[in-house]
Design a protein around this ligand. Structure first.
Ligand code: UDP
Length: 282
């Protein structure tokens, strides 16, 4: 089977594939749960036969509604009721973590688990509703920048190249095996602040439009007010801490989308730029 062949050819298995993006999750909870749980189980099972190291990508969503920022890896997880579809994503990824830790403890299958906080960069698709590619597109089009809720909720945005560096360092660190580690930036900005910064850096005249959550997602939708990672564990294990500043990240996303929009420059984009970087973008 394909998975077994790929495991045979590999030294490390990076399991980044998942159903992601709040909109997809709210619209398709069955697909979300099945993709995330069954996919991880298949990867762990295949890797375990050859005892190849597995990197399991999890998400800051597992902290749920906790307000104890910064979020530490050993903190309690605070999820909402099973009647609200959006929590199925956090629960499915928490199960992926349980399963990965269980394979390590019970079967001596080496695993490293990371909780990725908001990850952004050029090539990230806006298709699944993620905020930065959408704000940049709207700013470049001159259409209203759509801020959901009050815009007072905040996030920390980490450049994908910083996240990749953290992942590579973790899989090279034996003390990280069996551990759950946050990866992200701890520079916090409100979503309204992000909209203003994108508009300014894109030199755009777009308006900023507030859209209630029940129109943006579903009635009863609950957003996380803040989401900040504790980064001590990552730094203690690897000596690394993400550092690319937000204005540099925004500039690069603007540059990428500007090149993509212009018919004269699309030829110059590197091969594969249409592929989504969203697999690790939660
Ligand atoms: N958001 C927004 N406008 C958009 C897309 C998202 O205001 O067009 C908000 C969203 O409600 C959330 C934040 O931006 O508060 C980050 O959303 P994203 O889906 O990128 O990541 P999340 O942190 O929700 O996983």
């Amino acid at each position: 089977m394909l998975l077994a062949e790929l495991v045979d050819e590999s030294e490390v298995v990076f399991h980044l594939a998942a159903a992601v993006g709040v909109r997809l999750i709210v619209e398709s909870p069955v697909r979300t749960i099945e993709t995330n749980v069954n996919g991880t189980q298949l990867v762990l099972e295949a890797a375990c036969r050859k005892k190849k190291l597995v990197f399991t990508a999890s998400t800051s969503e597992v902290y749920g509604k906790s307000e104890h920022v910064p979020f530490h890896e050993d903190a309690d997880l605070v999820l909402g009721p099973t009647s609200i579809g959006r929590w199925s994503y956090a629960a499915s990824k928490a199960l992926d973590e349980f399963l990965s830790v269980a394979y390590w403890k019970e079967r001596k299958q080496p695993v490293v688990i990371a909780r990725l906080f908001n990850t952004v960069g050029p090539r990230q698709t806006g298709r699944y509703g993620m905020v930065l590619p959408n704000f940049v597109r709207q700013a470049l089009e001159g259409s209203p920048i759509t801020v959901y809720g009050s815009g007072k909720q905040s996030r920390c945005f980490c450049d994908v190249s910083d996240s990749v560096e953290a992942i590579l360092r973790l899989v090279g660190t034996s003390a990280a095996i069996g551990e759950v580690v946050n990866i992200g930036s701890n520079h916090e900005i409100t979503i309204e602040g992000l909209a203003q910064q994108v508009r300014e850096q894109a030199k755009s005249a777009s308006s900023i439009q507030l859209i209630p959550y029940d129109q943006a997602y579903e009635p009863g939708f609950e957003d996380m007010p803040r989401r900040v990672p504790a980064l001590e564990k990552l730094e203690n294990l690897t000596g690394f801490r993400p550092s690319i500043p937000l204005n540099a990240i925004i500039d690069r996303v603007i540059e990428y989308q500007t090149a993509k929009r212009s018919p004269d420059t699309t030829q110059k984009l590197p091969a594969g730029t249409e592929r989504s970087a969203s697999a690790i973008a939660m």
